[in-house]
Design a protein. Structure first.
Length: 162
């Protein structure tokens, strides 16, 4: 697993070679996800988006990796944990993993109540959010997972400057 830091510190790139390494990168990325945060989670079907969320949820103390599943049919999964940076202060963090693959239009998106999930203590990771300009406009950046060859993945975290 490698970590190449880029120019302004708002971009981090990792390469993984297994699901276990992808989970470990998720643990590492959790350090950069201080709430409130809304991130697009981009990658092809089977790229490892949910695998990455397993590591993020574990690092936040929100769920064990085997408890994290894809929200493809339920649309939203909620996990409660502790902020990585403020764990000793007992700051609660709410991690929401959304999958908009089956959402077809803005009206359907509005019925999810996504805006209600955005609070000072929440982190939203949104799969297929790039389908909706309103979600892209609201996002603080993205995590992109690219399949290279076999189990090799390039994972890029790009945060908008604050």
């Amino acid at each position: 697993m490698s970590d190449a830091k880029h120019m302004d510190g708002n971009v981090r790139v990792f390469t993984t070679h297994s699901a276990e390494e992808t989970i470990e990168v998720g643990r590492e990325l959790a350090r950069f996800l201080d709430p409130p945060k809304v991130l697009l989670l981009r990658g092809d079907l089977g790229a490892g988006k949910t695998t990455l969320v397993k590591g993020i949820a574990a690092a936040l103390g929100a769920a064990e990796p085997d408890e994290v599943t894809s929200p493809t049919f339920t649309l939203i999964h909620e996990y409660a944990g502790r902020s990585v940076e403020h764990a000793n202060l007992g700051a609660t963090i709410l991690l929401y993993h959304l999958d908009l693959y089956r959402i077809e239009n803005q009206r359907q998106l509005d019925t999810l109540g996504m805006e209600d999930l955005i609070t000072p203590q929440s982190v939203l990771l949104i799969e297929w959010g790039e389908k909706f300009p309103s979600v892209v406009a609201r996002s603080d950046g993205e995590i992109v997972i690219e399949t290279l060859r076999g189990d090799e993945r390039r994972i890029t975290l790009a945060l908008r400057p604050e």
